[in-house]
Write a protein that binds this ligand. Structure first.
Ligand code: PEP
Ligand code: MN
Length: 362
C-alpha cells in the first residue's frame, strides 16, 4: 500500500499520516519526490484498510501496490533516485556517469596507491578495492581486512575519491561502514537476508550486486530488503549471470538495464569486469553499457595484472583504462550523459577516432 500525498501537502500532514500508519502497527516510509511525497507502508501481512488514511488531510490517494516489491518500485517514486555525496559532483543516477574503479583486492599500500593515482588521473570519482574478498577457494587471498580499509581511507584523503568496498558478513560490515562511503554487497550475498537487513540499518549507501542466478524480481526484492529497513540509498549493479556460455566468465545481461529502469527508480551500474572475466571484452561492453542506459561502470584495474592476487585476467592496465574513459566520454555525450571528474586525461582523444573507427576488441 502506498499513500500519495497532494503536491502541496505540508510536513505536518505527512507526519500525521506516518503517525497513523505506525499507530496501526505498520512501518511508514516517507519518500519525497519532485512532484509529491509518497508514503510506503510495509510490515502488513494482508491488505491495509485504506479508509482511515484516505480521509486524512493532505492525502491525494491510496494505492494498492500489487508487485511484491514496493519501496523500490516506480509506483512509489516516479522519478529517478539520485544518490549524491555532499561537497562533490559525484552521483549515482544523475546525468553524470559514476565511474567506480580500482583493483579487485587491496594487496598492499604501494599497489593500491599506484592504481588510485592512475584511475584518479583518468577521471574516476569512486575508488573501489576489496579488503574482504569472498573467494571460491579458502586457500585464495582473502583480503587485508581492516588494514585494507585503512589504506583506502588514506586514498580518499589524498585523492578525494569516494571509497566503495565490500562487506561479506555482519562483522566486516561494522568496519566497512566506518571507513567507506559506499557499502558493496556482492553477488554471493545478494540473498543473505540478514546481511541485507543490517545494511538497511546503515546510514551509508549500498551498492548491491546481482546474484549470479538471480531473476529480476529476486534482485529487486533484495533491494527491497535494504530499503525496508529505512536505507533508501541503494545502487544496483549488473555483473553477469551464469549460463552455458564458456567464452566468458559470466554472461553480461545488458537487457536487465532497461528492464530495471522500467520498474524501479533506483540507479543501476554495469560491471563488465566480472561480467566478462576477460580483459579484452571490458572496454567493448563498457561502451555498450553506456549506450543501453547504465548509470555508471564498475571497472577493475591493476598495474601488474599478471601478479594480481585476485581477478588479474579481467583487470585492465592503467593505459587501457585511460582509453576506456576516452571512449566512454564520447559515447556518453551521444546519449546525453556526462562523465564528471578532473583527471589529466579528460579530453584526450580516442585512439582510432581520427579514422572514424573504434576497434571491436578494445
Ligand atoms: C567483486 O566485486 O570483486 C566481486 C567479488 O564481485 P561479485 O560479487 O560480482 O562476484
Ligand atoms: Mn573482482
Amino acid at each position: 500500500m502506498l499513500v500519495v500525498m497532494k503536491a502541496h501537502a505540508t510536513a505536518e500532514e505527512v507526519g500525521a499520516v506516518c503517525d497513523k500508519i505506525e499507530a496501526l502497527g505498520y512501518r511508514a516510509h516517507s519518500i519525497p519526490g519532485a512532484e509529491r511525497t509518497a508514503i510506503g507502508i510495509t510490515g502488513n501481512q494482508g491488505e491495509v484498510q485504506a479508509g482511515t488514511l484516505e480521509e486524512m488531510s493532505g492525502v491525494q490517494e491510496v494505492i494498492q501496490v500489487t508487485k511484491p516489491y514496493k519501496l523500490v518500485s516506480r509506483d512509489m517514486k516516479p522519478e529517478n533516485t539520485v544518490v549524491s555525496f555532499p561537497g562533490t559532483d559525484a552521483t549515482f543516477g544523475g546525468p553524470g556517469l559514476a565511474i567506480v574503479s580500482g583493483p579487485c583486492a587491496i594487496e598492499s599500500r604501494e599497489q593500491a596507491f599506484a592504481v588510485a593515482d592512475r584511475v584518479h588521473r583518468a577521471g574516476a570519482q569512486f575508488f573501489r578495492g576489496g579488503a574482504y574478498k569472498p573467494r571460491t577457494s579458502p586457500y585464495s587471498f582473502q583480503g587485508l581486512g581492516e588494514e585494507g580499509l585503512r589504506i583506502m581511507s588514506e586514498i580518499r584523503d589524498q585523492f578525494g575519491m569516494k571509497i566503495v568496498t565490500e562487506a561479506i558478513d555482519h562483522e566486516s560490515l561494522e568496519l566497512v561502514e566506518e571507513y567507506a562511503d559506499v557499502i558493496q554487497i556482492g553477488a554471493r550475498n545478494m540473498q543473505n537476508f540478514s546481511l541485507l537487513k543490517r545494511a538497511g540499518r546503515s546510514r551509508k549507501p549500498v551498492l548491491l550486486k546481482r546474484g549470479m542466478s538471480a531473476t529480476l524480481e529476486e534482485f529487486l526484492m533484495a533491494a527491497e530488503y535494504v530499503m525496508s529497513e529505512g536505507n533508501y540509498r541503494v545502487i544496483l549493479c549488473e555483473r553477469g549471470v551464469r549460463t552455458f556460455a564458456d567464452h566468458t566468465r559470466n554472461t553480461l545481461d545488458l537487457s536487465l538495464i532497461p528492464a530495471v529502469q522500467r520498474l524501479s527508480h533506483l540507479p543501476i551500474l554495469v560491471d563488465p569486469s566480472h561480467g566478462t572475466g576477460k580483459r579484452n571484452k571490458v572496454t567493448p561492453l563498457s561502451r555498450a553499457s553506456v549506450v543501453v542506459g547504465a548509470d555508471g561502470l564498475l571497472i577493475e584495474v591493476h598495474c601488474n595484472p599478471d601478479k594480481a592476487l585476485s581477478d588479474g585476467p579481467q583487470s585492465l592496465l592503467p593505459d587501457q583504462f585511460d582509453e576506456l574513459m576516452a571512449q566512454v566520454r564520447q559515447i556518453a555525450a551521444v546519449v546525453g550523459r556526462t562523465v564528471p571528474g578532473i583527471g589529466e586525461h579528460v579530453g584526450v582523444a580516442v585512439k582510432g577516432a581520427a579514422s572514424g573507427r573504434i576497434s571491436a576488441a578494445q
